[in-house]
Design a protein around this ligand. Structure first.
Ligand code: NDP
Length: 421
């Protein structure tokens, strides 16, 4: 079901009114957006150190996402032109092919205690593993509230890597991301683990390589939505498959392939108040797990079925509670727009957006090239940078597009001429 038709052509106020009409926002939430009542300075000053002010970025919406049979509109915080447009475009096409399906494989966070100076690694490992149940219990006693919420320590194992004996702890953090939770539990285990191993703890800390918080998103795109011309559709699907293979064998391409995926993922992670550094670090480490950095998504063309299959799998330990999530009113609006998903649902939504963003980028790259779509947006940015007023922007943009190649100097000259005429 297509929602919010013509959304891109509306003004910001009209878009908020449309969301109100659809029941996606309450009146109070609409006011937060309309009046730009973001993070209050008094709260910002409590969140970090040496605060001077708060910092704004565009808060946008990508409609038309169909995920696991349900319609979603996705809030996105990004300053990069064309990212939101590309996500909406891809979502619309994929919606016509049945949308995305997602799968959360597991939801646990991993932390580690790294030990040095362990004399007998085998004996130490055995003693730690024999004490596993007590250690898990001690971890839970260090953070009882998560146990009450149905989560807590789930697993503990030991690995010998180089000069280190490493004890890993896996915890179900429920709706939280779990960093502080894990760090508290790990520190509570350190003394006992040192005694059991006879070694020295170098550190006890959460790992951002969240291999027990993997999520997959998939889609199966009908060739007919790729192009009205059946032969061209086959060619586009084939070239997208090749583009996906290129990102598996060439790390130079893989980095840019994944950057495109993160254009979407970061924007939604940021909008929902999650720790985007943690998500980036985990996903890039995961992308390099084979020993070579690879693209996170795969596209496969099946001409017999007339379908292009897309898939992405990556760690996505996002939260709906904890951190600064409850403190920023705009972040609260994001969660409302998404329909208050659980952390597991949110992980699937974010992975779907990453796959949509990747689809849009690859389709543009293997057909018209990325610059054609970017030109107009670049011209718009230049017009704004040159100092054009809102009513001057459309004319200056058309003049820039007629006078390629363009740069800031040309935008300034054309603006002066426009004002004289
Ligand atoms: P918090 O320390 O904020 O802990 C989670 C909070 O959420 C707790 O206060 C908990 O309450 C509350 N909560 C409410 N409902 C639920 C629920 N249903 N399930 C779980 N918790 C609930 O956050 P985290 O431990 O998740 O740590 C995340 C923060 O740590 C982020 O801000 C991150 O930036 C930061 N961080 C990240 C690191 C990294 O990535 N390497 C390292 C260090 C910090 P209660 O206590 O009552 O259960």
């Amino acid at each position: 079901m297509a929602r919010l038709p013509g959304f891109a052509k509306l003004s910001p106020t009209e878009r908020i009114e449309a969301l109100l009409k659809e029941g996606l926002l309450t009146w109070d939430e609409a006011q937060i957006l309309k009046e730009q009542k973001g993070l209050p300075l008094s709260i910002a000053d409590q969140l970090t150190e040496n605060v001077l002010s708060t910092f704004d970025l565009p808060f946008s919406l990508a409609p038309y996402f169909l995920i696991n049979g349900r319609d979603y509109v996705l809030p996105m915080v990004t300053e990069e032109p064309s990212v939101v447009a590309a996500a909406s475009f891809a979502a619309k096409l994929i919606q016509r092919s049945g949308g995305f399906t997602t799968q959360v494989h597991q939801r646990q966070m991993i932390g580690e205690i790294a030990l040095t100076d362990v004399e007998d690694v085998e004996v130490a490992s055995k003693r730690i593993l024999e004490d596993k149940e007590t250690l898990l219990q001690l971890a839970n006693e260090a953070y009882p509230s998560i146990v009450k919420r149905g989560g807590g320590a789930r697993d503990l194992w030991v690995e010998n890597k180089g000069d280190f004996l490493i004890v890993y702890l896996a915890v179900d953090p429920k709706e939280a991301m779990g960093a502080n939770m894990l760090n508290t539990m790990l520190e509570a285990l350190t003394d006992r683990i040192q005694k059991l191993s006879g070694g020295q703890a170098l550190m006890a800390i959460l790992s951002n390589l969240a291999t027990r918080s993997l999520v997959s998103a998939r889609c199966a795109i009908d060739f007919k939505v790729l192009s009205r011309n059946p032969e061209e559709a086959i060619e586009i699907a084939h070239r997208m498959e090749l583009a996906s293979q290129l990102a598996q064998v060439d790390p130079y391409r893989a980095a840019t392939h994944n950057k495109g995926i993160f254009n979407g993922i970061d924007a939604l992670v940021l909008a929902t108040g999650n720790d985007w550094r943690a998500i980036e670090a985990g996903a890039h480490a995961y992308a390099a797990q084979s020993g070579s950095y690879k693209g996170l998504s795969h596209w496969t063309s099946q001409p017999k079925e007339k379908k292009l299959y897309g898939e992405i799998t990556l760690p996505m330990p996002v939260a709906t509670k904890g951190g600064s999530i409850g403190l920023n009113p705009t972040v609260q609006v994001s969660h409302r727009l998404l329909g208050e998903p659980s952390a597991i649902e949110l992980a699937g939504i974010i992975a779907s957006l990453g796959l949509a963003q990747n689809f849009a980028a690859l389709k543009a790259l293997v057909t018209t090239g990325i610059q054609a779509g970017h030109m107009k947006l670049q011209a718009r940015s230049l017009a704004l940078l040159a100092g054009a007023k809102e009513e001057e922007v459309p004319r200056l943009v058309s003049q820039l597009l007629e006078n390629k190649p363009f740069n800031l100097e040309k935008a300034q000259t054309l603006l002066q001429e426009l004002r004289k005429s």
